[in-house]
Design a protein around this ligand. Structure first.
Ligand code: MV4
Length: 655
């Protein structure tokens, strides 16, 4: 086995690879950018090498810097993780040129899968089913339209050069074909400088089912079952599971064999994923093959009991696969929920800042958290905003789902907005429990998944008041009563508290009756007793005992109850110096990306909320909007420019 490997990645996947390497007594070398100087993956590795500025284009994507780091430290092999250089054939070639083992497939396999239309041709020859459609070179309107008419509507137009859902357009009837084609072509031309189209039968409610495959250099090939990754939002996976629900053993065998044929058709080696669309009638079709370890590989590990990184290392070391197909058995069910720094109530815009308090669920054999951050760390705008992955296991799907809900409830992050509350609503959804899955799930269930009743916090105000009082008591035992600002001494044992929640101030009177407290709020009175230990408040409200977690947050505190997380603060005295509109104007790129639409010009006057710039990053589009009516005084970038996360994009003058 290797003595030392370099991990050409960051965050949770770098930590994940280090964990297995350490168990196998392999030394590890991390690489890091400026922003990651104190990152967890750097702390976990035996050695770490600085490779450049924060922008990944200047660090994690610089092949020469990574190769130099490996040569300098004497690493024998490089694990690329996912993203970054993991599917870059030039990088695999640079490894080979420098006698470094690339822990991934042969260069030719990466190249074969890099072009979508070439991949489809290879798969067709290998007998892997493709969605019925036209993949030809002849691109005239009459040929494309005839293909569509013959297969019947609806059809899907896909840019040959596209991928990840970009440049796709549905056509529902023959009359619409010509106009939809011209829109699709112009979109493809501006995005990919190539307007060649595929025409496919449009599957209206498919599932995304992918197979984990493994091949060694000795010609052995097998699959480690499937993952259902149907729950996606704008082509980003949200919750994945294994095995796929409502999936027969017969279908598993058929699709598994097709996946192995796909891998063997390109002389694959190492870990790969073959993605399929699964139609409602049980037909399945090849979509693409990913030539790397996937983000969601842990659900496969949970149900198979195998360590996929260990398998990768063995295959890269030219050892045979550790097991035969017949040795592998599915045990139970697993889910993965991706925890992101993003705001579900603001179009999932990435958030960044410091993870002030971070509480993970209790970890054990059935609850796993793969993370790249610690409490107090900064989530920077430079990289993918995924904070961690929560992976759970149960004897069967309902048991695993119960575990997922419980663990999500116990996962608490304050300081930055995350998608945890959204994940909780997904996990609790009736249709999800029934595994009524198709790729439109989140869109179809918008109403229930984005309900705004989170603002209903009246019943939590007494808890907030009680916490503020007990917290103050433990911090300034000397004299609670002599503290100034919002605390006012009334009678000997009654205080008036002003608590701010969502910008609203609430006046709460709190009377200390030695063993109990009586709270008066908006004309109602409550009797409570409570104890505060660290950040847990145990309160008995009118005979009902409940437990709450309260973490420190940016402006005050964050209260976590069963289904809500809500920020609150003790109101500060008004010094009359507050400038109300300070933080609204953010014209910074949320992450590294490309300007795909520039909707205004210098000197334009715009209305509040008008879209100004659309930036695309990580397959997502983000719209920068006007915070108020105003004028665009300067635009710093042009259409098509690549910008680094955090870069100021324009200057704006309020009118
Ligand atoms: C499709 C399809 C329906 N019919 N092709 C989206 C990403 C790209 N790689 C393939 N995609 C799709 N291709 C046909 N003929 C529906 C999708 C699709 C999708 C696929 C997998 C997971 C989520 C999806 C969300 C929307 C559309």
């Amino acid at each position: 086995m290797f003595n030392k490997i370099l991990i050409a990645n960051r965050g949770e996947i770098a930590c994940r690879v280090i964990r297995t390497a350490r168990r196998l007594d392999i030394k590890t070398v991390a690489v890091y950018s400026q922003a990651d100087e104190n990152a967890l993956h750097v702390k976990k590795a035996d050695e770490a090498v600085f490779i450049g500025p924060s922008a990944s284009s200047k660090s994690y994507l610089v092949i020469d810097n990574i190769i130099a780091a490996a040569l300098k430290t004497g690493a024998e092999a490089i694990h690329p993780g996912y993203g970054f250089l993991s599917e870059n054939a030039d990088f695999a070639q640079a490894c080979a040129d420098n006698n470094l083992v690339f822990i991934g497939p042969p260069i030719s396999a990466i190249e074969s899968m890099g072009s979508k239309s070439a991949a489809k041709n290879i798969m067709q020859h290998a007998g892997v089913p493709l969605v019925p459609g036209y993949h030809g070179d002849e691109q005239s309107l009459s040929v494309l339209k005839q293909a569509a008419d013959e297969m019947g509507y609806p059809v899907l137009l896909k840019a040959v050069a596209g991928g990840g859902g970009k440049g796709m357009r549905q056509v529902w009837s023959a009359e619409d074909f010509e106009s939809e084609l011209s829109i699709a072509k112009s979109e493809a031309l501006s995005s990919f400088a190539n307007d060649d189209m595929l025409v496919e039968k449009y599957l209206t409610a498919p599932r995304h089912v992918e197979f984990q495959v493994f091949c060694d250099v000795h010609g052995n090939a097998l699959h480690i079952f499937e993952r259902d990754c149907t729950i996606q939002r704008r082509h980003q996976k949200v919750i994945e599971e294994a095995p796929a629900p409502n999936f027969s053993q017969e279908l598993r065998e058929q699709m598994g064999q097709a996946a192995i044929r796909a891998a063997q058709a390109i002389d694959y080696q190492g870990a790969g994923t073959v993605e399929f669309l699964l139609d409602e009638d049980g037909s399945f079709y090849f979509m693409e093959m990913n030539t790397r370890l996937q983000v969601e590989h842990p659900v496969t590990e949970m149900i198979s009991g195998q360590d996929l990184v260990e398998w990768q290392l063995k295959v890269a070391n030219r050892e045979p696969l550790p097991l035969k197909q017949s040795d592998l058995k599915i045990n139970g069910h697993a889910f993965e929920a991706r925890i992101y720094a993003e705001d579900p109530n603001n179009d999932f815009l990435p958030t960044s800042g410091r993870l002030i308090d971070l509480e993970e669920p209790a970890l054990n054999n059935s609850v796993r958290v793969d993370t790249g951050v610690l409490e107090g760390d900064e989530v920077s705008p430079f990289y993918d905003p995924m904070i961690s992955k929560l992976i759970v296991w149960g004897e069967n799907r309902p048991a695993a789902l119960a575990k997922l809900k419980h663990a999500l409830n116990d996962y608490k992050i304050s300081g930055i907005t995350t998608n945890i509350s959204f994940l909780k609503r997904l996990a609790a959804h009736q249709s999800f429990a029934k595994a009524e899955l198709d790729t439109g799930f989140i869109e179809h269930h918008q109403q229930s998944l984005f309900s705004k009743n989170e603002c209903n916090y009246a019943h939590l105000l007494p808890i907030m008041a009680l916490f503020l009082m007990l917290d103050r008591k433990r911090n300034c035992t000397a004299s609670v009563w002599s503290q100034g600002n919002a605390w006012r001494l009334n009678q000997s044992n009654t205080q008036i508290l002003n608590v701010t929640v969502n910008g609203n101030e609430h006046q709460i009177s709190l009377r200390d009756l030695s063993s109990q407290y009586r709270i008066n709020l908006a004309g109602k009175s409550y009797d409570l007793s409570a104890e505060l230990h660290d950040n847990k408040l145990e309160a008995v409200i009118d005979g009902h005992k409940q437990s709450f977690t309260i973490l420190n947050s940016n402006e005050g505190y964050c209260l976590f109850s069963d289904d809500q997380e809500i920020e609150f603060a003790l109101s500060r005295p008004d010094f009359g110096d507050s400038n109300s509109n300070t933080s609204l104007s953010n014209f910074k790129a949320p992450m590294n990306g490309t300007i795909v639409e520039l909707l205004v010009s210098k000197g334009d006057t715009v209305k509040q909320d008008q879209a100004l710039i659309i930036i695309e990053a990580m397959k997502m589009q983000h719209t920068i909007k006007a915070p108020s009516d105003g004028e665009i005084s300067e635009l710093f970038y042009a259409l098509g420019d690549l910008v680094d996360g955090g870069t100021e994009l324009l200057s704006f003058e309020e009118l």
